[in-house]
Design a protein around this ligand. Structure first.
Ligand code: FAD
Ligand code: A2P
Length: 275
């Protein structure tokens, strides 16, 4: 092929599409020294299921630095929302915590995950059990109209070390109950329960202990976990997942997956040191 023909062929070839979407940061909200949320533009072509995660990152010196992040906004939202930790010295979050409106964040093109209603069999009550930033996928699910059609009741629990760390979920539930699309359903069907483990307050204790003692069910007016009617999604640290998963298995819950729906599904909120 002549040089001119090769040049023409190159010009006709479509530009290689980037592996990432480049998203404009629209707003950022800091809750504590270690927690913040941000909202970004949503590519028209980006589709996901409520509860899924995607890779989020920033350009690095040699290559982009990317980490898994749950989408914290519902599927109908024009923007995408994320809720983030700030890890001191963390490769991504020590920079991500400084983003400002107008900055660019990278996002992978393939959302995935198991905290989706497709991985659960139909049931009457859906429990969404979270600690720390593990509440992020549930921030998407509780704003999804389908969830209130599939389940009579949706119970969101969020446990953190301190009250200040509960601010995001408190605000989220308030927003959801006043939302024009799902507010009416959420006001009737959404139950929010939070607790802290390293401060005094009205509700203290790990969610595992509150389930074992029955205190959780007493406070929300429900019955102990039963696989006949209840479905459970769990998101938190590896230790929390391990313990809660064992508790569910002891109660005859069957773990579900996208390929084979069950009674409960789990997902790590982060990968711990040395794992
Ligand atoms: P890293 O080098 O990734 O982490 C350093 C250490 O910080 C970890 O070993 C761990 O001990 C601790 N750590 C990391 N993330 C967290 C966290 N979220 N909470 C408590 N301790 C943590 N993070 C979010 O903030 N929001 C999310 O929605 C989110 N979704 C995730 C979904 C999945 C499926 C997985 C596997 C992880 C998710 N993470 C989420 C964690 C995230 O991928 C990064 O670990 C986090 O952004 C910190 O990145 P880093 O590079 O600053 O530090
Ligand atoms: P605790 O303060 O008793 O450790 P972290 O910030 O370490 O991820 O913890 C978030 C919340 O998860 C804290 O309230 C913590 O309680 C709680 N937690 C830690 N380990 C477990 C576990 N194995 N089961 C249930 N909750 C846990």
């Amino acid at each position: 092929m002549s040089e001119a023909a090769a040049e023409a062929a190159r010009a006709e070839r479509p530009a290689k599409s980037s592996a990432f979407h480049e998203l404009e940061v629209h707003s950022v909200k800091h809750y504590t020294d270690t927690l913040f949320s941000f909202r970004v533009s949503r590519p028209e072509t980006f589709r996901f299921r409520a509860g899924e995660f995607v890779m989020i990152g920033l350009e690095g010196e040699k290559k982009p630095i990317l980490r898994a992040y749950s989408v914290a906004s519902p599927t109908w939202d024009e923007e995408l929302e994320f809720y983030s930790i700030k890890v001191p010295g963390g490769a991504l979050t020590s920079r991500l915590k400084n983003i400002q409106p107008g900055d660019t964040v990278l996002m992978g093109k393939k959302p995935t995950g198991t905290l989706v209603t497709d991985a659960l069999r139909p049931g009457r009550r859906l429990y969404l059990l979270s600690t720390g930033t593990g509440v992020a996928p549930f921030a998407s699910l509780i704003r999804e109209p389908d969830v209130y059609e599939y389940y009579d009741e949706v119970v969101l629990t969020h446990t953190c070390r301190t009250h200040a760390e509960l601010a995001y979920s408190e605000e989220l539930v308030e927003r959801t109950k006043n939302d024009p699309l799902v507010g009416e359903e959420a006001a009737k069907q959404l139950v929010y329960f939070n607790s802290v483990t390293r401060e005094e307050g009205a509700r203290t204790g790990r969610v595992t202990d509150l389930i074992r003692s029955g205190a959780l069910f007493e406070q929300i007016g429900g019955k102990p976990l039963d696989p006949e009617h209840d479905r459970v999604m769990i998101c938190g640290s590896e230790a929390m997942l391990k313990e809660l998963k064992e508790m569910c298995l002891e109660r005859d819950f069957i773990e579900g997956s996208n390929a084979k729906p069950g009674d409960m599904v789990i997902e790590k909120a982060f990968v711990g040191e040395g794992v």
